[in-house]
Design a protein. Structure first.
Length: 712
């Protein structure tokens, strides 16, 4: 059974004996100047076998049916190669249409993709090779094969065809192919590539599983993960990095599944629900590959300085009186803070989003926002894009045709999901946000967005098969653009994403459990998301679901203060004075540390934003030539020069791997030699924090608000 909005694993479409399979054989009519030709695809079938009481399936040439021509038989379909940059290779091939996919109207790309500087070309028999000095790609005509090498000529990867199968007794590994479904005649592509024995894979969005995806199959389907300890993802992104020195981006919003040697150890298979493949390969170390990827899909603009301060929240502040009381206590207890977030309780009825402050509980929202601003506190508001039938806005949304329609073109009766592919729905939505922003609201929490109906019909003319994964990108853009138009900055606080959403920061990590394992998984998710072009990221400090235990809350707080953006949020209480005076003092010390570090964090944020790099980054991002740095997933670098190792247990010491070079403990004189492991103790801040040798670490005196600080 597949539950509503359950992950759609398109890999399951491959391997069904009733389907038709087409395998690439040769490249014909190839024009080396234009780098275009046609791939001859031979029709195959999966033939069951039962030898030695062992079931298996193998590929066999298909004999066709009663009718020839367009119904059965081999096919010849277009192929093209292009070079957007000296390190970027673009492969396009169609599994259905006589024309190739292009960039027109792509939401995932920041603009049209144009060819970069010319690559030199040479021919050696039936193989054409293009080189830029930094990368090369060879295309063999018969049998068809593509090989990618770095600037030194080292083979990085190559396509795998039927001749590369590892065993004559079965169909493993999955060769490069497209499948034609016997149920729907839909066509789907599987791009198969060789991988090295020691190769690792990283990225794919905010994936909470092990940082290295080798041996995993990652299902790229936006989903309310309802926690952070499964393979489900709020923020899938069809881009990954290889430890061999390249990255890949599948330019598609269809269901995707990436199998990194899970099914067959020597092969990575990129399964796509699309009937075409638009694949970008980026050659280079992680920094180079990510720079080139974000040059195409866009980079995170620099948010205002106040967003880097503390955001205080719970689910939920329910009245103006309660909100202002929290503000007074923050200032009375000298807790630096820049944002108060009102979650699901600012409407007349909790969760029933109507974009209006409850007149009984928030009688003077403008005055409240103005008074909070005088205390150096801005206001962020929660909302969502789904409207149940008992919401007064439901009838208006349905009557005006602003909701996603069901598979038959009728109205959804349980709840209406705004159709952000409809320009009229976007304008309607932005008008409601604009009214709040003009009252002085500083940011909007762009919650949910993962449940766009798969079987729905959208104003774009497509179904949820292609619109589901695009929905959070459209949603992020709508909120960010109106916020920028009204306030001058495009800062929002979003949960779901797709490729390109990094252009609309900020994003946070969803509903984590209140456990040490969930804290560790949260870190892996943030590191993975950063490796797909998201410079800025946050998470619910302390975990979301329950009241956090004080020790866990303090350890998570140290981690949360040493990320780009910091929000305390979840089941109440979250306010530090609710946990006693000793806790309050330690809470203040941890928050003050971040405010002291804000000049450094802002400096690093600007540098990372300009290049599309993450502010929170794994060790190998800075030390790609150090093998041990690729193995660490429980520590990270904040910018280029601060190494942070959170505590994932109540122990006051932990083992920390230090990359090569000298490292100094923050606030202490002790210097340590890198390139090995150390057991280190923590002080008042429950995390290990070290400074890279030779770093320039600008700091400031903390204040109760960033407005009162000299951040230069």
């Amino acid at each position: 059974m597949r539950l509503l909005n359950g992950a759609l694993d398109i890999a399951e479409e491959f391997g069904k004996v009733e389907h038709d399979y087409f395998l690439p054989v040769r490249l014909t009519g190839f024009d080396a100047r234009r780098r275009t030709g046609r791939i001859a695809w031979e029709q195959h079938a999966l033939r069951p076998a039962a030898d030695f009481r062992q079931g298996a399936v193998t590929f066999a040439r298909a004999g066709g049916g009663s009718f020839r021509g367009p119904y059965y038989g081999d096919e010849s379909l277009p192929f093209a190669l292009s070079f957007p940059s000296p390190r970027t290779i673009r492969l396009r091939m169609s599994a259905r249409a006589p024309v190739l996919p292009d960039d027109r109207g792509s939401l995932m790309l920041a603009g049209p993709v144009r060819d970069g500087p010319a690559w030199t070309v040479r021919r050696d028999g039936g193989t054409w090779t293009w080189s830029s000095g930094e990368a090369s790609v060879a295309v063999a005509l018969d049998p068809f094969r593509v090989e990618v090498r770095d600037g030194r000529g080292r083979l990085l990867t190559r396509t795998r065809g039927l001749a590369d199968t590892g065993c004559f007794m079965n169909a493993d590994p999955v060769p490069f192919q497209f499948v034609r479904s016997a149920e729907s005649h839909r066509r789907h592509v599987a791009a198969s590539f060789a991988i090295a024995p020691d190769e690792g894979f990283y990225g794919c969005g905010e994936s909470f599983t092990r940082l290295n995806k080798r041996g995993q199959r990652v299902v790229l389907w936006t989903n309310d993960a309802q926690g952070v300890q499964t393979g489900r993802m709020y923020k899938p992104v069809p881009f990954f990095l290889s430890s061999r020195g390249y990255g890949m981006f599948v330019h598609s919003s269809a269901p995707l599944s990436f199998d990194f040697g899970k099914t067959y150890d020597e092969t990575a298979v990129l399964y796509s629900g699309d009937d075409a493949l638009d694949l970008f390969v980026f050659v280079g170390d992680p920094k180079q590959a990510l720079t080139d990827y974000t040059a195409l899909t866009g980079r995170s603009p620099m948010p205002p300085a106040w967003t880097f301060g503390l955001w205080m929240s719970r689910i939920t502040y329910k009245s103006q009186r309660e909100t202002e009381a929290v503000a007074r206590k923050l200032r009375r207890h000298r807790i630096p803070c820049d944002v108060l977030h009102l979650d699901t309780g600012w409407f007349e009825q909790d969760w029933r989003c109507d974009y209006r402050f409850s007149p009984t509980r928030f009688p003077d929202p403008r005055g409240m926002i103005r008074r909070l601003k005088r205390r150096g506190l801005r206001v962020c508001l929660w909302q969502l894009p789904y409207f149940t039938h008992d919401n007064a806005l439901y009838a208006e949304i349905v009557r005006k045709g602003l909701a996603v329609r069901d598979i038959e073109g009728g109205e959804e009766t349980q709840e209406a999901a705004l159709d952000f592919s409809n320009p009229r729905a976007v304008r309607w939505y932005q008008d409601r946000l604009a009214g709040l922003l003009r009252q002085g609201v500083a940011a909007i929490k762009v919650d949910f967005g993962e449940a766009a109906p798969l079987e729905g019909r959208y104003a774009s003319g497509r179904t949820g098969f292609h619109e589901h994964n695009l929905y959070p990108l459209r949603y992020n853009r709508a909120a960010a653009e109106i916020t920028k138009r009204v306030t001058g900055n495009g800062c929002s606080w979003a949960r779901a994403t797709w490729a390109g959403s990094q252009r609309y920061p900020l994003h946070w990590g969803g509903d984590a459990e209140n456990t040490d394992s969930a804290m560790a998984a949260t870190l892996r998710g943030g590191l993975s998301l950063g490796l797909t072009g998201f410079t800025f990221w946050s998470h619910d400090i302390g975990g979301f679901v329950k009241r956090p235990e004080p020790d866990l809350y303090l350890r998570w707080l140290a981690f949360g203060m040493l990320t780009s953006h910091s929000r305390c949020h979840g089941a109440p209480p979250r306010e530090p004075w609710e946990f006693g005076k000793a806790f309050l003092d330690r809470f203040r010390t941890a928050v003050e540390l971040k405010y002291r570090l804000l000049p450094y964090i802002l400096k690093e944020a600007r540098a990372a934003s300009a290049l599309g790099h993450p502010l929170l980054r794994p060790l190998f991002f800075e030390f790609p030539d150090d093998p041990c740095s690729w193995l660490v997933e429980d520590a990270y670098l904040l910018g280029r020069d601060l190494l942070v190792a959170p505590l994932f247990s109540p122990d006051r010491t932990r083992r920390v791997y230090l990359p090569p070079g000298r490292w100094t403990e923050l606030g202490a004189a002790r210097s340590l030699e890198g390139g090995g492991w150390h057991r280190l103790a923590v002080g008042e801040i429950p995390a290990v924090v070290l400074v890279r040798g030779g770093a320039h670490l600008p700091m400031a005196e903390p204040a109760l608000s960033t407005e009162d600080m000299d951040l230069e």
